[in-house]
Design a binder for this molecule. Sequence first.
Ligand code: HEC
Ligand code: HEC
Length: 223
Amino acid sequence: MKGVSFLRLAAVSVFAAGVAFASTSHAGVAEGKKIFDSKNCGACHQMAGPAKEKTIEDQLAKKGPELWYSGSKFQKDFLKGWLKDPKPIRPMEYYSLTKKNTGNHAKLDAKSADEVAEYLMSLTSDAVKKAGITPKGGPKGRIIFEKKQGCYGCHEVTKGGNTVGGLTGPTMVGAADRLQPDWIYAYLVNPKVFKPVKDMPVYEGILTDDEIKTLAEYVSSLK
Ligand code: HEC
Ligand code: HEC
């Protein structure tokens, strides 16, 4: 009898340990989703993709960028930091060409930011394939970015210690720490999958695949 109850006890504690282990590895995601929903973040952010299943009205009803592919787009440490202390990514307000972004985005406490980041990182898109893009600065990418295609006309970069460039698109200052290289490539090939409304010129067919790869490597090196 004694042996049986010992075995039962052992089985119960192994079971309990298993549950505890499983719940710690998923706690961030579930907790993060709860916080995300309770703060109504989805009122401004599209949380379901792909874009082609949504109407233009669905998209325009959202006052901020799509987050349904966050786990393929962002670097986790960036998200954790930004959700605690959000600094403007877009120089101008979303959907505006004239109003400056004053940086009044909702802020989360440190614990909530970590959990929401875990949740957002669990959302990925199969439109982002492993493309083996690795950060690479240097003249090849810079010449396409600044001269050949004028990306610079819409995106800020750092030059000689100053921030220079256009204000229409998100800043590329800090892209190295913010974005995943393979996502940058996927976005340049097919921006409409990710941003059906507020996007940019489509470069597929204008740039060769090699040039798009070079640009993705260049953007992902920008500090
Ligand atoms: C009133 C609308 C609104 C609400 C509510 C809102 N956001 Fe945002 N969010 C925005 C806008 C606008 C931006 C773009 C800010 C920028 O570029 O600086 C943004 C940007 C973001 C980004 C960066 C996305 C990117 O593509 O650059 C993340 C991550 C994010 N929000 C998460 C959240 C979370 C988490 C919540 C809830 C706590 C939330 N947002 C609530 C409007 C909103
Ligand atoms: C006419 C203006 C314009 C030009 C030219 C342009 N972009 Fe963009 N770009 C945009 C806009 C607008 C967005 C998306 C807006 C948003 O999410 O707020 C964008 C988004 C991006 C993003 C995603 C950034 C993010 O945080 O979501 C990358 C990367 C990018 N552009 C790189 C480039 C490169 C490389 C070129 C040149 C080949 C280029 N852009 C040319 C306007 C432009």
